[in-house]
Design a protein around this ligand. Structure first.
Ligand SMILES: C[S@@+](CC[C@H](N)C(=O)[O-])C[C@H]1O[C@@H](n2cnc3c(N)ncnc32)[C@H](O)[C@@H]1O
Length: 251
């Protein structure tokens, strides 16, 4: 029951309010002719979350947000999209962190889906430099630490999650090619990583599947990479209103 309440709060209350607050902050920065380091002006067209998912009653587990997690509104939107995933398909997350989103993907997707989640361990080498200010998200004690609490009480859900470790720029994504109905790109925020993770995501996505990116308009590397990908490929990427999520369906 509390999962439904948090879902309602995230998507029906927090989402519209944070949409208004973002609009106001962008408007006031434009008036002052300032482009903030942590909130850029954005160019992708926007779309309502309602056009991205058919699920209306959304549930949220692990509502407490840690520094590094996505907002509760964004978790609600992704969970609604996960509920639309086709049975037996894969979901893939780049950037596990503490596993809050992976858990929600596992809870919200059909029971026979698998959730793969990739993370970089602190001792691993990286092909590109990480963005400044994101190293603390790598230097954590353990990726996916939120899974432990649910391992016994929700064993069949946690069993859907498969943790992978590596640098996303050198990781071999080929076993997942065209197998995913949802890919969530939320790893490094450096431009080079967003470019390479996005193309990896496009190879993994099935026909009819959806790719979601996080932190558009928030991290400069993400904003620049997504606008460049759209300018070059005219894919039809859209920013989900009131969020920093970008949506693309492989139609
Ligand atoms: C913003 S956090 C992810 C948050 C998580 N998706 C959530 O919703 O709670 C970014 C994660 O990406 C991981 N990461 C950073 N660079 C990476 C890389 N090159 N390859 C794989 N993972 C990376 C970090 O270790 C960190 O856990």
């Amino acid at each position: 029951m509390k999962e439904i309440l948090y879902g309602f709060y995230g998507i029906r209350i927090y989402l519209p309010l944070s949409g208004l607050s973002r609009k106001w902050r962008r408007f006031s920065r434009r008036l002052r002719n300032k482009d903030g380091k942590l909130l850029q002006q954005v160019q992708l067209p926007s779309v309502s979350w309602r056009r991205c998912a058919t699920q209306r009653i959304v549930k949220i587990w692990e509502h407490n947000k840690a520094n590094g997690n996505i907002r509760i509104s964004e978790l609600g939107v992704i969970s609604a999209i996960a509920a639309n995933c086709k049975e037996g398909t894969n979901l893939f997350e780049i950037g596990t962190f503490d596993g809050r989103t992976s858990l929600n993907l596992a809870f919200s997707s059909p029971p026979d889906c698998k959730v793969y989640t990739l993370d970089l361990l602190p001792e691993m080498d990286t092909r590109f430099s990480l963005a400044s200010g994101e190293r603390h998200m790598v230097e954590k004690e353990k990726p996916g630490k939120r899974f432990e609490k649910h391992r016994i009480s929700d064993s069949s859900t946690v069993a859907k999650i498969h943790q992978l470790f590596g640098d996303s720029a050198t990781f071999d994504f080929s076993p997942y090619e065209k197998s995913c109905s949802l890919v969530f790109v939320d790893g490094s925020h450096a431009y080079e990583y967003v470019m390479s993770d996005s193309y990896a995501a496009m190879k993994m996505i099935k026909k009819g599947g959806v790719i979601i990116w996080h932190d558009y308009g928030i991290w400069e590397g993400v904003t620049r990479a997504l606008e460049e990908i759209e300018a070059k490929g005219k894919y039809g990427l859209k920013n989900i209103k009131g969020t920093s999520l970008v949506y693309w369906k492989n139609e």
